[in-house]
Design a protein around this ligand. Structure first.
Ligand SMILES: NC(=O)c1ccc[n+]([C@@H]2O[C@H](COP(=O)([O-])OP(=O)(O)OC[C@H]3O[C@@H](n4cnc5c(N)ncnc54)[C@H](OP(=O)(O)O)[C@@H]3O)[C@@H](O)[C@H]2O)c1
Length: 235
């Protein structure tokens, strides 16, 4: 089987690409940094393909289509590319970049995936949201874009149902993971990339709709949902 991981030059995407290849998949990896893509490709044991592009630019949809063609087709597309800034100065440029990558970029990639799988009448789209999707945060654009991802994925699932084809949509909701994105103070239950990749792989194989990784973040999600703002704002 073939899988594409969008945003696999580092962090969770890279660990997931290595996990899929260990499990015998042909892997296509993407990101903006060609040197990092080559590095990851060097670590992949099986067959692999690379494509260097920025999901936030207009013709990134064409780049993804080209990768699918180069691979001779794909069964699973994982959209992992994302940015997250602490943005202490609450700089507008960073806020807008977060929307361009995490929301607009996500839409570009999932639109290609949807139409491609609709034509095949079968396929699997995976998005990486976040525990941040549940409530607003001091990185407003980050939590808002992740809430967008959760909602958008559900919409894709509904469209697949209405369009009557065999589309699986999985929403992966990580807590803190040990990558360069997980910055700041007060981090806890920080999971290794490898552990998270293994749990994501299992969730994809089981065709889950939504999973927390690691699993205990489901408890934090529950608490986040019920906490009154007066308490939540102090966190
Ligand atoms: N780490 C956490 O605690 C955590 C928690 C919840 C959710 N997540 C989510 O997990 C996903 C992966 O994050 P990570 O923690 O693994 O961080 P990471 O190591 O910074 O990885 C981010 C990946 O996204 C790619 N990317 C970023 N901007 C891109 C763009 N404009 N076009 C194409 N690719 C782009 C990066 O590649 P290039 O830089 O080479 O383009 C990189 O491969 C993100 O969606 C993040 O929001 C992470």
């Amino acid at each position: 089987m073939n899988v594409i991981i969008i945003g696999a030059t580092s962090g969770i995407g890279k660990a997931l690409a290595l996990k899929f290849s260990e499990e015998g998949f042909v892997v296509g990896i993407t990101g903006r940094r060609m040197n990092k893509l080559k590095e990851v490709q060097g670590q992949i044991k099986g067959k692999s393909y690379v494509k260097c592009f920025d999901v936030s630019v207009e013709d990134s949809d064409k780049a993804l289509l080209k990768l699918i063609k180069d691979m001779g087709g794909v069964d699973i597309i994982v959209i992992c590319a994302g940015v997250g800034y602490l943005n202490k100065k609450f700089d507008l440029k960073k806020e807008l970049e977060t929307i361009d990558v995490n929301s607009a970029g996500f839409v570009r990639m999932s639109n290609v995936a949807y139409h491609y799988f609709k034509k095949k009448r079968i396929g699997h789209i995976v998005g990486i949201s976040s525990i941040s999707s549940i409530r607003g945060s001091i990185s407003p654009s980050y939590s808002a874009t992740k809430a967008f991802v959760v909602n958008y994925l559900e919409g894709l699932r509904m469209r697949g149902y209405k369009d009557k084809f065999n589309l699986t949509v999985t929403d992966i909701c990580p807590g803190f993971v040990d990558t360069k994105m997980a910055k700041g103070e007060g981090l806890f239950w920080v999971a290794s990339k490898e552990k998270v990749a293994s749990q994501i792989f299992d969730a994809i194989r089981k065709k889950k709709k939504r999973v927390y990784v690691t699993k205990r973040w489901g408890l934090i999600a529950f608490l986040m949902k019920i906490l009154p703002f007066g308490i939540y704002k102090r966190m």
